[in-house]
Design a protein around this ligand. Structure first.
Ligand code: DGY
Length: 323
């Protein structure tokens, strides 16, 4: 039997690449720093049995048409799958998988890096030193806000949201959350999280951390109106998907002091960043590093490859998304 033809749209960590080799007819796109151009993606997908994609590749009817009838599985190297038209794949019998769980703790850690950066002005302080700005210890210098005794508001209390909540307890915070579906009472009790309606969470939280998927309902969930409801001392952190936050409205809220600070790992038009944010000291900007640890990216890569080959072998992949 010939080996299945597979397109991998971006090189994975070495261990994951090794686990691919010798098991398929591999077509690897190696053109960073840019994502594979759309026309090249369409051309190279033709005749493939498997696509191993990352979050920048839009998997839609056009790509599925270009791939043709041999396509069995799209294995996404991410927990988020808003880049994939799942309904379209399902209607054509194409399997879709993601890489949940293995990145939960790493992403929660990075959310906390941004919480601390925002509340304690960490990146701003680093910039002050590096730019050689004169300073002397001063009781009024670069004051942030305490976390102890404050409220963390988690928006989307799934795996990552709960891992972020767990860390908050160690900082002496209490946790409130909102989600499309309220958690069962025993889960709330065990996680020590309290349900709030959306507007109440905005008004009460000192730190708001976003962990909801990007859907038509969550696009621009954080808009000018949401910022108006938040405390002037509040910090917003987004490690989920960029378009959940209206970046221009966020820049305005940060500039006018409507909220205190923000930390972003993801962007509305990634990798572009809204110009108005770049000159603000009260926002920390990271290049989508949520899952970027050696351990986690290795686990994600191996899981994506495992899903891919399970699907190609006609088995049910561990992380199947199709209903
Ligand atoms: C994901 O997995 O969805 C992240 O955004 C990338 O690790």
């Amino acid at each position: 039997m010939p080996e299945p033809a597979v397109l991998v749209t971006r090189a994975l960590v070495e261990e994951a690449m090794t686990s691919l080799s010798g098991r398929c007819e591999l077509d690897l796109y190696q053109g960073p720093p840019d994502a594979i151009p759309r026309d090249e993606l369409l051309r190279r997908a033709a005749g493939k049995a498997g696509l191993l994609t990352v979050l920048t590749e839009k998997v839609d009817a056009e790509l599925l048409d270009a791939a043709g009838p041999d396509l069995t599985i799209v294995a996404n190297h991410a927990v988020g799958f808003d880049n994939i038209d799942l309904a379209e794949c399902t209607s054509r019998g194409v399997l879709v998988t993601n890489t949940p769980d293995v990145l939960t703790e790493a992403t929660a850690d990075l959310a906390w890096a941004l919480v601390l950066a925002g509340t304690r002005r960490v990146a701003e302080g680093d910039r002050l030193i590096r730019t050689g700005t004169p300073w002397i210890w001063d009781p009024r210098m670069m004051l942030g806000h305490d976390l102890y005794g404050k409220a963390l508001g988690v928006v989307g209390c799934g795996r990552i949201g709960r891992a972020v909540a767990r860390r908050a307890l160690g900082f002496g915070m209490r946790v409130i959350y909102t989600d499309v579906v309220r958690l069962p009472a025993d889960v709330e009790r065990e996680a020590r999280v309290e349900w709030r309606e959306w507007a109440d969470l905005l008004a009460e939280a000192d730190v708001v951390s976003v962990h909801t998927p990007l859907t038509p309902e969550t696009r621009h969930l954080f808009d000018a109106n949401a910022f108006r409801h938040m405390k002037p001392t509040a910090v917003l952190v987004n490690t989920a998907r960029g378009p959940i936050v209206d970046e221009q409205a966020l820049a305005d809220a940060l500039r006018t002091g409507e909220i205190f600070a923000a930390g972003l790992d993801v962007y509305e038009r990634e990798p572009a960043v809204t110009e108005a944010l770049l000159s603000l000291d009260n926002v920390t900007l990271l290049p989508h590093l949520g899952s970027a640890t050696i351990e986690t990216r290795t686990a994600m890569g191996l899981l994506a490859v495992e899903n891919l080959f399970a699907g190609l072998a006609g088995q049910r992949p561990r992380c199947l998304l199709n209903p």
